[in-house]
Design a protein around this ligand. Structure first.
Ligand code: PLP
Length: 417
């Protein structure tokens, strides 16, 4: 890279990290992820933007007219939040939900104009910046409400501040409990500085076959809604449904908050039949390449700790993806990757930057051959597909973790379609 190009990059990075908000500077430090422009390595994630749009259209068939607020926390479930948000905003999504203020800033910096709900509940000292950037906070205790009210009264922020009130309907994670709700309703009723635009909760078990807990949560939510109504508070937006709720048509209210289904990945464990069906398209594909191939005798040990021993003369291919790229180390000696459209088993321990495959059964594998870690591959030997759920099952985790673990050193490339 030329000196001049280095200076340009440094300047734009500095500009990104330093956001001027009115007369005060807020610094948000963000880890920088490898960007396609810098990419030298052959390991990359490809995100199909057309698949995102198709998944949104498909979800709308289930939402019964509810507004769709796409959940793009954790960098859009690992797909790259800015590009995903731009695509979904153009496709008519009604709003976005993030966990952190910083994630909201990233979307605003990317030019996103749709409403952004910040669900994490921690606003440090950035209440004013939240308001200026048009981000809507979720609140769930009196202290949060009083702090916003105080800032309005002292003229730091303009009021009334729009908030979404979160109630805990049975997950015991975040949200005002039904016991504390009457007190917070009374306080809000008397507080003209805060406007409850939304009432929300979150399902704990909508992905389970048994709906009993979800039905119970919906009943508690209804109680909460009535309690607010009796207190003179009538939020315009009630929302509880995540992807599983939407797909089961449970909790479709004024708005819904799907995340994983937008990326074409099922919120359900494989045990549950049906939805989302083949009509949803996994938007991400992670590919790498073979960087070495060696012939190994029977009885030789492969990789760290020699955890795999060949039981026949074997051909072992080394591929350029390891646990530092987000491939779970728990895939050591478990699971497959695709080469030439055919499955090749992972052998030996997954190491930081590399993984070994047994390609004995696939003739002609050579250095620079494409290897698909996640997603589909059409090769001269056929077509196959590795889903996030398959990797999750091998690693004893869930597809959400597989997606959000793809690390920042794997550059994301976007394609249409
Ligand atoms: C509060 C909240 N709403 C909605 C979602 C979206 O869930 P899903 O990705 O299962 O659709 C999440 C994700 O965990 C969440 O925490």
């Amino acid at each position: 890279m030329s000196d001049e190009r280095w200076r340009e990059c440094a300047k734009s990075r500095e500009a990104l990290l330093r956001m001027t908000v009115s007369d005060r500077d807020v610094r948000v430090l963000r880890p920088r992820r490898a960007a396609p422009a810098d990419a030298v390595r052959q390991t990359r994630a490809e995100v199909n933007l057309a698949a995102l749009r198709a998944n949104l259209r498909m979800l709308r068939r289930y939402t019964e007219g509810a507004a769709v607020w796409a959940v793009l926390k954790a960098d859009g479930y690992g797909h790259g939040a800015p590009a995903v948000a731009r695509t979904l905003e153009r496709a008519g999504v009604n709003g976005f939900c993030v966990a952190l203020f910083e994630e909201g800033v990233e979307l605003r910096d990317a030019g996103i104009r749709a409403p952004i709900l910040v669900m994490g509940g921690y606003y440090g000292g950035v209440h004013r910046e939240m308001a200026l950037r048009g981000m809507v906070p979720v609140v769930y205790d009196l202290a949060q409400v009083s702090q916003f009210a105080r800032l309005v009264r002292s003229g730091v922020i303009d009021g009334p501040v729009r908030v979404h009130l979160k109630v805990d309907t049975g997950m015991a994670r975040l949200g005002v409990t039904m016991t504390d709700l009457p007190q917070i309703v009374t306080a809000i009723e008397q507080c003209k500085e805060v406007h409850v635009e939304g009432l929300m909760s979150h399902f704990a078990s909508a992905d389970l076959v048994d709906c009993t807990d979800t039905e119970r949560q919906l009943a508690v939510f209804e109680e909460a809604r009535l309690l607010l109504k009796r207190g003179g508070i009538d939020p315009a937006l009630c929302h509880v449904a995540n992807s599983a709720g939407v797909l089961r048509r449970m909790g479709n209210m004024d708005a819904v908050r799907p995340g994983i289904a937008l990326f074409g990945v099922s919120p359900f464990s494989p045990a549950r039949e049906g939805v989302p069906g083949p009509e949803f398209q996994q938007a991400i594909r992670v590919r790498t390449e073979v960087i070495a191939v060696r012939e190994v005798c029977a009885g030789e040990r492969v990789g760290y700790g020699g955890s795999y021993t060949t039981n026949r003369p074997s051909r072992i291919a080394t591929v350029a993806m390891g646990y530092a790229d987000g491939l779970p180390r728990l895939l050591s000696n478990r699971g497959d990757m695709l080469v030439r459209g055919h499955r090749a088993p992972i052998v030996g321990a997954v190491s930081m930057d590399m993984t070994m495959l047994d390609v004995t059964a696939i003739s002609g594998v050579a250095v620079r051959d494409e290897v698909v870690v996640l997603g589909g591959q059409d090769g001269d030997l056929g077509h196959d597909f590795i889903s996030a759920a398959e990797i999750a099952a091998h690693a004893g985790t869930i597809a959400y973790e597989v997606l959000t673990s793809i690390s920042r050193r794997v550059p994301r490339f976007y394609r249409e379609p």
